[in-house]
Design a protein around this ligand. Structure first.
Ligand SMILES: [Zn+2]
Length: 503
């Protein structure tokens, strides 16, 4: 076959359209070839039926066709390669945008969960710093890589080479974003676990402190109340609380569950302590030389709304308090507070008729301020308590001499809640709880909503620290001395002296 073609090609090129067999050169060539061929081969070659007889135009078409097929094939192949590169690029864009939206979603979740956790809320502060750095790095990646569109990133006009380069670059970014999703997720999980650990540790420590106070309360009051059921209940709560304090968590979810149990235990332990405290406080013979007593006092009432609300709270808590009243505030719409005090065992003291600064008045006017107010209290169904609190705490010899003649003691304070200044329940609570000690007299005002709101917390916290809440008369052993000035159970000025003494 090869020989035939060679011969044909030579014939076509050299013989000007005549058949190769007619050329004498062709005969020579044939005889040269003939040296390697058998006689039969030569005969076959020379046979007219075996010699190709394509015309030149046919050769031209054949060659043209071959060239066309080759070029067309090459074009088809190049186009297919371009299409494949385009498709790869578009798929890479789609994966990149998926990775991007997953990273955005992860960051959003973190922002609303672990992102809000501060270093003081976790057991190990470094985990918060690490999360924050991880989030910053992930955000930087996001802002560096804008959202891609297939049309822009993989233009049909781009070359195959440039499409392949884009695909590689986009894939690298996708991998980077995926890696950031993993890093942020891991750091976030660590922060949440650390927070749960810390929450549990805090709850256990709070419960432990409360249980210690409860044990002190149990021991100091065991012989002082007939209500043994309260003591038994408290003892059971203490045992349960101590078991929870010693419990260990095995996982993040169990830490959360255990922390919740600790909180619930603290609440019921608190209730049991309140019950014991209240049962002691309700007895007539509270001994403040043996118990840690505190007297809550409220000035400037009675007011129509907040004084009633305050008494509602005190009744619920079974707490007796001492009220220093402004005489002219006692009206038909406020007098029910006075009858409620008589019923609950709270005391009503004298805070002058119109909040006058008594130390600036004549003895006659001082006496008038005090007697008008006492009459109003009694007229409203109240009982004289023999307790006077001069407005602003302003007293002098005239004030205490008038009080002494009237058989009244002057009651000041050693803990100022500053409730009038902050008008904030939390601040009021903190100020009182942080400054109280055994024997304290606490100054508050019954006319502020914030004070009313603070009282339950103050009572719970003081009782949980083992304080017994009493009236001023109970605090001072039942008989405050006329003309003496009392700052607390242990801190006073005797009549005729200017020296503050400790008792
Ligand atoms: Zn006042």
């Amino acid at each position: 076959m090869m020989e035939g073609n060679d011969v044909g090609a030579r014939g076509a090129a050299g013989n000007n359209g005549r058949p190769a067999s007619e050329s004498p050169q062709s005969g020579r060539a044939d005889s040269a070839v003939g040296e390697a061929l058998t006689a039969d081969d030569i005969a076959a070659l020379n046979s007219p039926s075996n010699i190709p007889r394509f015309p030149r135009w046919a050769w031209a078409i054949l060659v043209g066709l071959l060239i066309f097929i080759s070029v067309f094939g090459a074009l088809v192949w190049l186009k297919a390669e371009h299409n494949a590169a385009l498709e790869d690029c578009r798929n890479a864009v789609s994966r990149s945008n998926q990775a991007r939206s997953r990273l955005e979603k992860t960051l959003k979740t973190v922002a609303s969960t672990s992102g809000g956790v501060t270093s003081s809320q976790v057991s190990q502060a470094s985990v918060v710093t690490k999360l924050s750095a991880t989030v910053s790095a992930a955000s930087a990646i996001l802002s560096k890589n804008p959202v891609l569109t297939a049309a822009d990133a993989c233009s049909t006009k781009s070359s195959t080479k440039s499409l392949k380069a884009s695909t590689a670059a986009i894939t690298a970014q996708t991998e980077a974003m995926r890696a950031h999703v993993d890093k942020v997720t891991k750091a976030s999980t660590t922060v949440l676990a650390s927070r749960d650990e810390k929450t549990l540790a805090d709850e256990q420590s709070t419960l432990s402190a409360l249980a210690t106070n409860a044990k002190t309360l149990l021991n100091s009051t065991a012989a002082k109340t007939a209500e043994t059921t309260y003591h038994e209940a408290l003892s059971t709560e203490i045992t349960a609380a101590l078991a929870l304090v010693k419990s260990k968590s095995t996982s993040s979810s169990s830490a959360t569950a255990l922390a919740k149990k600790c909180r619930e235990s603290a609440t019921s332990l608190q209730k049991a302590m309140d019950a014991v405290s209240a049962s002691i406080e309700q007895q007539s013979g509270v001994d403040c030389d043996k118990l840690k007593c505190v007297a809550l006092t409220f000035d400037d009432g009675p007011s129509a709304v907040n004084d009633s609300k305050l008494r509602d709270e005190l009744d619920k808590l079974k707490v007796k308090a001492t009220f220093f009243m402004i005489g002219k505030n006692i009206t038909s719409s406020t007098s029910s507070n006075i009858t409620r005090d008589v019923a609950s065992g709270s005391l009503d003291g004298n805070h002058s008729w119109d909040h006058a600064q008594l130390s600036k008045l004549s003895t006659k006017d001082i006496a008038s301020e005090l007697s008008l107010t006492e009459s109003a209290i009694v007229a409203a169904g109240g009982v004289s308590s023999g307790l006077v609190r001069p407005p602003y705490g302003a007293w002098n010899d005239d004030v205490r001499n008038v009080a002494a003649k009237r058989g009244e003691a002057i009651i000041l304070w050693n803990v100022d809640s500053e409730d009038w200044k902050s008008l904030d329940a939390k601040k009021t609570t903190t100020t009182v709880v942080n400054n109280v000690s055994a024997g304290s007299i606490v100054l508050m005002h019954s006319i502020y909503a914030s004070t009313v709101k603070a009282v339950p917390d103050i009572v719970h916290q003081l009782r949980s620290k083992g304080y017994t809440l009493v009236t001023v008369a109970q605090l001072l052993g039942g008989s405050p001395k006329p003309g003496w000035v009392y700052y607390s159970q242990h801190d006073m000025i005797h009549l005729g002296s200017t020296e503050q003494v400790e008792n």
